[in-house]
Structure formats: structure tokens, C-alpha cells
Design a protein around this ligand. Sequence first.
Ligand SMILES: C[S@@+](CC[C@H](N)C(=O)[O-])C[C@H]1O[C@@H](n2cnc3c(N)ncnc32)[C@H](O)[C@@H]1O
Length: 187
Amino acid sequence: MNDIVEYSFDGTNIYHQDCVDPIESVGWESKGCFYFEHIWDFIDVPDDGGIVQVGCTFGCSLQILYNKFGDRVWGIDPFNPLKHPRIIEQKIQNVDDYPLAFVHCDAGDFRDTPALRRDALEWSVSNLVPGGVCLTAGHNKRVDDLLGFEMADYAKDYYCSCEPIPDALKALTPKKFTESDCIITKW
Ligand SMILES: C[S@@+](CC[C@H](N)C(=O)[O-])C[C@H]1O[C@@H](n2cnc3c(N)ncnc32)[C@H](O)[C@@H]1O
């Protein structure tokens, strides 16, 4: 099934249905690119299972994942304007379960589309293999209030732990997005 959504770009922002992404948050200086260049010194990823990004926009950060993990990598997004070959053009709500070693859960936005983010989280966290890791927003009062639950409790329900981004990883960027994010690991 092909789930293409309507979008437009005004030179500064990309508008996809209910959410707005500033262009700098989805290009080569995005947080996804930062994490996929640096996070591997701070987490272990199991040898078996997919390496997946839910919410990929142009596929810039997905390409960094692909450069490291090759054919284990794919992305899920109904929006794929540059036709990145590893992006499956579907809404996460329509994607079958798949065992995950690593997932970046970044569909929509926890502010504008919390229900979508909850759907993406459920798919991401419930599909982790033992030792698998989910990188996402949460474990932070502002994000947890918008999502409607405490991320640490949510993680526990799926037999996972939830930790903030390590200080040594935060120290590698002056940007503040690391304060909103967390690392969920399946026991
Ligand atoms: C914050 S952006 C992702 C940025 C991306 N991770 C990066 O590093 O450039 C959110 C993305 O979620 C996507 N999205 C919207 N609805 C979705 C859905 N139902 N399933 C999966 N992705 C969706 C949007 O098309 C958009 O590309």
C-alpha cells in the first residue's frame, strides 16, 4: 500500500498534514545526523534485528545509518520526496511487526502530533529484541506531559529501561535537543 501524504515547502519549513518541520531540523545538521554519527560509542546494538528509523523526511540521517549498517537499515515514512531507496512509503500504523535491534522513533512531533508519536512508540518499543535500543523523545517532564505518560513507566511496561542521553554524548553538541531525548533499552 502506498500512503503518500500531502506536503508543501516554503523555503523555511516543510508542512506535512498536521506537523511542521523547520528545514534545519531535517537536513545534514539535524539531530538525527548528530546521533547517527556519535551514538555508537555510547550504546551496544544487537547483531540481529533491523536498524530502523520511523519518520525520515529527506533521508539524510537515514543515509548515515545506512552507511554504517548497510542492508539492515530501512525507514518508514509516508513522505519520501527524494525517493530514498531505503524508505518504505507507509504510515507506521500500517506497518507489520518486525524485530528491531535499533530504532529511532521520530514520526511526527510530540508537540503537534502526540497521537502519531504514541503509535510510532508502540510499534518501536514493542518490536525491540532483547538488548535492542530505541532512541526517542521523552523521560523529560515537558515531553512526557504532552505524550500523556511517564516514559520510564511506559518503558517498564515493555520490559525496558529508560535513560537520559549520556552527558558525554550531550557534550558533543551545543544544541539543546538532547535534553528532550532518551534511550530505551529492552532487558
Ligand atoms: C521530525 S520529522 C523526521 C525527521 C527525520 N528523523 C530526520 O532525521 O530528518 C517527522 C516525520 O514524520 C513523518 N510522518 C508523518 N506521519 C507519519 C506516519 N503516520 N508514519 C510515519 N512517519 C510519519 C513526516 O512525514 C516527517 O517526515
